[in-house]
Design a protein around this ligand. Structure first.
Ligand SMILES: NC(=O)c1ccc[n+]([C@@H]2O[C@H](COP(=O)([O-])OP(=O)(O)OC[C@H]3O[C@@H](n4cnc5c(N)ncnc54)[C@H](OP(=O)(O)O)[C@@H]3O)[C@@H](O)[C@H]2O)c1
Length: 313
C-alpha cells in the first residue's frame, strides 16, 4: 500500500509517499480502506519537531502520522462484532499515540470508530473527527442553557464545530475571527462576532460564563480576566499556563483547565447522530489528493484556514 512516511521531523518535504506493507488488524481492531483523512494543527506540530515526534512515536522510523480517517471496513479482528466488512466508518484513531492515518489502509480499535450515517460523504465524515470531538468534549456537560460563551477562532477547525455545539446546548455565543470570516461565523449560528483586528474582545464583552481558548498566552490571560468570577476557561493549545494567568484564575475562582481530546467511539456516534439529524455540519474549505498532502500541511500552517482541510484517497 501507499503511505506518507516521515524519516525524521522537519519541513513539509520530509513527508514522502512510498510503498510499505499493508497492516493487519489485531483481534479488537478494524482494517479500514481509507477514502478520506483530515489534517489538524497537531499534524504539522508533530511533523516539524523531532522531540514531539519521538514523544509519540518513540524511535520508530519511518513514522506514519495522522489521526483522522473515514473509509470502508476491509477486514475485522476475530473479537470485533460491532462492524462488518463493507461498513463505512470514521474516527480519530489512537490519539495521542501512533495514529498512522496517512495511509491507504489504517488499523484502529473498533471502539474508537462509528458508522458513517447514510448520505454523509467520506470527506464530510473525515472532517468531523478530531476537531469535532474536541469541541464536543470541551463543551458537553460544561455549558448549559442560557450561558454566555466566548469561542475564540470560530472560523477554524475546532471553532466552527464549537459554535454549532454551543448553540445546540442553548448558549448565547460570541466568537472571534478577522472581518472576512464574520458572515461564516454568523451563518454557523453565533449571536455576535468580534473582529479581533479591530476590537479588543476583553473591552467589549461582559458577563461571560465560559471561554473556549485556542491560543494560550496573552489571549488566554485576557480571557481569564474577562470571564465572570466562578466562570470557566478551557484552553486547548498546550497544558502550560503562565504563573500570572494561573494566579489570576485562582483569585477570581475561575476554573481554568487544559483539555486533550480523547479517541472515543461513543462520542463519534454522538457526532454521527448530529450529522444525520443536521444539527452539525462540517465545512471543508480545501481538498487535496493524497500525493499533495504537503500542500494540505502548507494550507493549515498558514493559520488562515476556514473550517477543515481534507485529503482524498
Ligand atoms: N488539546 C487538544 O486536544 C486540541 C484539539 C484540537 C486542536 N488543538 C489546538 O487548538 C488550536 C486551534 O486548532 P484549529 O484546528 O481550530 O486551528 P485552525 O483551523 O488552523 O484555525 C484557523 C482559524 O483561526 C483564526 N484565527 C487566527 N488567529 C486568530 C486570532 N488572533 N483570533 C481569532 N481567530 C484567529 C483564523 O481566522 P482569520 O483568518 O479570520 O484570522 C482561522 O479561521 C491549535 O493550536 C491546535 O493544535 C488542540
Amino acid at each position: 500500500m501507499k503511505a506518507v512516511l516521515l524519516d525524521q521531523a522537519g519541513a513539509i518535504d520530509q513527508l514522502t509517499l512510498r510503498d510499505i506493507e499493508k497492516p493487519t488488524p489485531n483481534k479488537n481492531e478494524i482494517l479500514i480502506k481509507a477514502k478520506a483523512l483530515s489534517i489538524n494543527p497537531v499534524d504539522f506540530k508533530v511533523r516539524g519537531n523531532e522531540d514531539v515526534l519521538t514523544m509519540i512515536y518513540g524511535p520508530e522510523r519511518p513514522a506514519i502520522i495522522g489521526w483522522d480517517v473515514a473509509g470502508e471496513v476491509e477486514a475485522v479482528g476475530e473479537e470485533v462484532t460491532a462492524f462488518k466488512v463493507g461498513d463505512r466508518v470514521f474516527g480519530m484513531v489512537n490519539f495521542l499515540g501512533m495514529g498512522k492515518a496517512y495511509a491507504e489502509y489504517v488499523t484502529a480499535p473498533y471502539d474508537q470508530l462509528s458508522a458513517i450515517p447514510q448520505g454523509v460523504s467520506y470527506e464530510d465524515a473525515a472532517a468531523t473527527t478530531l476537531a469535532a470531538l474536541t469541541a464536543l468534549q470541551v463543551l458537553r456537560d460544561k455549558v448549559t442553557h442560557g450561558d454566555r460563551v466566548l469561542i475564540h477562532a470560530g472560523s477554524g477547525g475546532v471553532g466552527h464545530f464549537a459554535i454549532q455545539i454551543a448553540k445546540q446546548l442553548g448558549a448565547w455565543v460570541v466568537s472571534t475571527s478577522s472581518s472576512k470570516n464574520k458572515e461564516f461565523i454568523s451563518n454557523l449560528g453565533a449571536d455576535h462576532h468580534i473582529d479581533y483586528r479591530a476590537e479588543a474582545f476583553e473591552e467589549v464583552l461582559e458577563n461571560i460564563d465560559f471561554v473556549f481558548d485556542m491560543f494560550n498566552g496573552e489571549i488566554l490571560h485576557k480571557s481569564v480576566a474577562l470571564v465572570k468570577e466562578g466562570g470557566t476557561v478551557i484552553s486547548i493549545p498546550s497544558p502550560e499556563f503562565s504563573t500570572e494567568t494561573k494566579n489570576l484564575a485562582e483569585e477570581k475562582n475561575v476554573h481554568l483547565a487544559f483539555h486533550m481530546v480523547q479517541s472515543n467511539g461513543a462520542d463519534m456516534s454522538q457526532l454521527a447522530n448530529m450529522l444525520q439529524n443536521g444539527t452539525l455540519t462540517p465545512y471543508v474549505s480545501h481538498q487535496f489528493p493524497f500525493d499533495k498532502i504537503g500542500d494540505a500541511h502548507a494550507q493549515l500552517e498558514s493559520g488562515r484556514t476556514v473550517g477543515k482541510v481534507v485529503v482524498i484517497l
